[in-house]
Design a protein around this ligand. Structure first.
Ligand SMILES: Nc1ncnc2c1ncn2[C@@H]1O[C@H](COP(=O)(O)OP(=O)(O)O)[C@@H](O)[C@H]1O
Ligand SMILES: [Mg+2]
Length: 277
C-alpha cells in the first residue's frame, strides 16, 4: 500500500469582519453545494474563538482519531470535517497569542489526513487582525469568500477584510450577503449592503441568502438546510452562490496558472515559510 497522499486543488477561506453574520452557515452550505456538484470537499473549522461547525453539523460528540500523529477527519454528508472545537478547551484561545495562533492553526490544517480534495473550505476566525492576516499569508489560498449581512455595520468591517486580503494578494472570489430580507413596517428590507460592498470594492457579488427560519432551525438541529430542506429558498440561493463561486474559481485559476496550488497539505511539500520561521 502506498502512503503517497495526493494534494488539495483549491483552498477557499470564508471570512467576515464580525461574528454572527453566518460565516459558518455559509461555509457548511457552500461546502455541501460543492459536494452535490460531485466534488470532493473538506471543511476545516479554524475559528479558534468560536468553533461552531460541530454543533451546526450535529457532530459535537465525535472524537477524531489520530493515526501516526495525523488526525482523521470526521465524515458526514460526504464531507470531510475537522474542527478546532474537537481540540481546544474553552481557555485555549486566551493562552495563544499572535504568531502562536497562526502556527497552531497552520499545523492544525496540515496535520489532518484530508486525502485528495477538490476543495478545502476554511472557516476563519472573524475579524481582520494579525491572526487573520498572517494566516492568509501562510496558507496557500485560491481565494477568499467574504460574508456580510446587508447592514451598514457589517459591511464596514467586511470592507476591512477585503482590504486585508488585497494587501496579501489573496484574490477575493466574491461577497456573499447573508440574512437578506428582514421586513420593516414599510415593506421589504431596504438594506443591500452586500451589493454595495461588491460595487465599491470592485469584487464579484456571488448572491444573497435570505433570512430563513429553516436555516436557523436546521442549524440548531445539526442538519444543514442544503440536506434537510433542499427546496427552501435559502438552499436554492446557496446553490446559486456555489455556481457563481465555481465561475470565479475557474476565472481566478486561469488568471494565476502558477498560483498558490502547489502546496501539498498532506506531505507538506512546497509549504511557504511562515513569518516566524
Ligand atoms: N440566512 C439565515 N437565516 C436565518 N438564520 C441564519 C441564517 N444564517 C445564519 N443563521 C443563524 O445565525 C446564527 C449564526 O450563524 P453562524 O453561521 O454560526 O455565524 P458565524 O459563523 O458568522 O458566527 C446561527 O444560529 C445560524 O443558524
Ligand atoms: Mg462561526
Amino acid at each position: 500500500m502506498s502512503d503517497k497522499l495526493p494534494g488539495i486543488r483549491h483552498i477557499i477561506a470564508t471570512s467576515s469582519g464580525k461574528g454572527g453574520v453566518g460565516k459558518s452557515t455559509v461555509s457548511i452550505n457552500v461546502a455541501l453545494g460543492l459536494v452535490q456538484k460531485g466534488f470532493k470537499v473538506g471543511l476545516a473549522d479554524v475559528d479558534i474563538y468560536g468553533p461552531s461547525i460541530p454543533t451546526l453539523l450535529g457532530i459535537e460528540d465525535e472524537h477524531p482519531q489520530v493515526l501516526d500523529q495525523i488526525l482523521l477527519p470526521i465524515q458526514k454528508h460526504d464531507l470531510k470535517i475537522m474542527s478546532m472545537g474537537f481540540l481546544v478547551g474553552a481557555d485555549t484561545p486566551a493562552i495563544l497569542r499572535g504568531p502562536m495562533i497562526t502556527k497552531f492553526i497552520q499545523q492544525f490544517v496540515t496535520g489532518v489526513k484530508w486525502g485528495e480534495l477538490d476543495y478545502l473550505i476554511l472557516d476563519l476566525p472573524p475579524g481582520t487582525g494579525d491572526a487573520q492576516l498572517s494566516l492568509s499569508q501562510s496558507i496557500p489560498l485560491t481565494g477568499a469568500l467574504v460574508v456580510t449581512t446587508p447592514h451598514a455595520i457589517s459591511v464596514k468591517v467586511a470592507m476591512r477584510g477585503l482590504r486585508m486580503f488585497e494587501k496579501v494578494n489573496v484574490p477575493i472570489l466574491g461577497v456573499v450577503e447573508n440574512m437578506q430580507g428582514w421586513a420593516t413596517p414599510e415593506g421589504p428590507s431596504p438594506f443591500h449592503g452586500g451589493h454595495k460592498l461588491s460595487e465599491t470594492a470592485g469584487v464579484p457579488f456571488l448572491g444573497s441568502i435570505p433570512m430563513d427560519q429553516t436555516v436557523a432551525i436546521s442549524g440548531d438541529e445539526g442538519e444543514p438546510v442544503m440536506i434537510k430542506y433542499p427546496d427552501a429558498p435559502s438552499a436554492q440561493a446557496f446553490r446559486g452562490v456555489v455556481s457563481n463561486l465555481l465561475d470565479q474559481v475557474n476565472h481566478t485559476a486561469s488568471a494565476n496558472p502558477l498560483g498558490s496550488f502547489k502546496w501539498n497539505l498532506n506531505t507538506g511539500e512546497g509549504a511557504p515559510r511562515t513569518r516566524e520561521d
